[in-house]
Design a protein around this ligand. Sequence first.
Ligand code: PLP
Length: 562
Amino acid sequence: MTHPFRSQFPFYNSANSSNVAQSTIYLDSAATSQKCKPALDAMNEYNLYYASNVHRGGYKIAQQATKKYEAARSTAQSFINAPNSKEIVFTSGATEAINIIAAGLRAEHLNGKEILICESEHHANLVPWQMLAKRFDLSLKVMPLAENGQFTDATLEMWLGMITINTAILACAHVSNVLGNIYPVAKLCAKASRMGAISVIDGTQAGAHIAIDVQKIACDFYVLSGHKMYAATGIGVLYGKYNALESLLPSKFGGEMIRSVRWDSSDFQAPPLKFEGGTPNIAGALSLAAAMNFIVENADAIHKHEQILYKELLAKITSVSAINVLGNVDESIPLMSIDINDIHAHDMASALAQQGIALRAGHHCAMPLMDALNVEGTLRISLACYNDISEINLFIDAIKNNIADYDSGTETLSKQQFIDNNALSIKASLQTQFSTATGWNEKHRLLLLQSKNLPLLAPENRVDSNFVGGCESSVWIDVYNNQLMAYSSSKVIRGLLAVLLSAINETLSLKDDNSETTNLVYSTEYQLAYLNSLGLPMYFSQGRRDGMLQIAKRITQLLSKI
Ligand code: PLP
């Protein structure tokens, strides 16, 4: 069966020279989507045939570029049904758009002392408000979700009740990037407007999946991100009601955004140019407009296809008893976060990565939500129009197999099993085993088995002073009786710690203070080189490698004290 949209995505083109695409099951579109052909063509055409700056030159290609750039603004206007193209500001992305709003607000805009945000908010729609709260002495209030990240009728009632005359700003995502929940933003904005509050809706995860009508939502501001909707990176949209944009202060000053400049003062352009200081991302804006046209032209078919995929995924995933699906499954885009019994999300993501399945684990830039859900991180599957059922089936098979692998990794290996008849040291034995294990699957299995050999730091000793910051999973390390002990919430990291600690503890137990080996073991470089010699770091994500460096540094610090 021919796929309805793949031919529109060169990533999937069989001529894709990288060949990686052929073996990648891409389920991380919420992080960034693949780029559609019209978006790539629009960028290329500009760069190849009429590259020139906008709003400046009178020559032909400059006029062409300006015309296309302003046409892109009109496309964005109709994409979200904004009344006027002057209400569309091109930004570098959603983060910049929200920062422009937060930086541009003055005390006289604020009819209240509270900023209300939703519990699942992305840091991009949270941290700028924390900064604003500090600047104007406002308090940040969180609208909580029900259990398991659910948005229910009762949640809506509660949120509406929280929007009062004390509310200065309501900041809420249209769609949660962690849970997929689609929030009834029109209802929230209507109440915010009655209470005299400013409403800011983060539509970053909505753009590729659901129709957006800012007049129906009746928000003051709405933001979009191009790279989540089949267009280039570095382009986004800030929509604001014209009056709201007019009274907002610009925060990026320079060329393009001024009307006239004297030595002692300057006048600014009217919106939207007032917010587009410097040369804008022209190619990006053109790619975004082309992607928006692609989405609009295929909206019904995209929606239908994505819903088929999502329902299939949901049916299959809920049949796996170890998996808990977080958030709403009815009012949702084709995105879900899952929590797997006793398996750290990063462990599962790295196992899947080795099997060619690309998806994201962790806090997804929503750390406070992780606390509220009482998880360290989630595994997020985010689908787009180019995915297909066979990918979902392969993903489900892989996740089931990985869960089974974890469960079978429960046998306990005694240290003695690693010492062969010739009385090889644990370290030498491990070195042999890891160096003969080929590929990630075998090394992964060895790590899972090794995790049982970690000298476990007791729960009462997993305290802040032993905590190793900068790791993707929680890690604690301490020394007792000249031996290192540790714990991590990730089984893979427990395995890694077991391997590292056994080598170090073995050296320490020799109690040869002057030995060159002992001094070597004390060094962070040695520890990392040791793990490298086992061929492990190459399989880890950058985040995990950063974590390993922090672990090695902490061990060096602890050893310097004994
Ligand atoms: N808001 C949400 C809900 C997101 O998911 C993201 C990115 O993941 C952002 C904002 C930031 O978007 P950008 O990369 O365009 O700055």
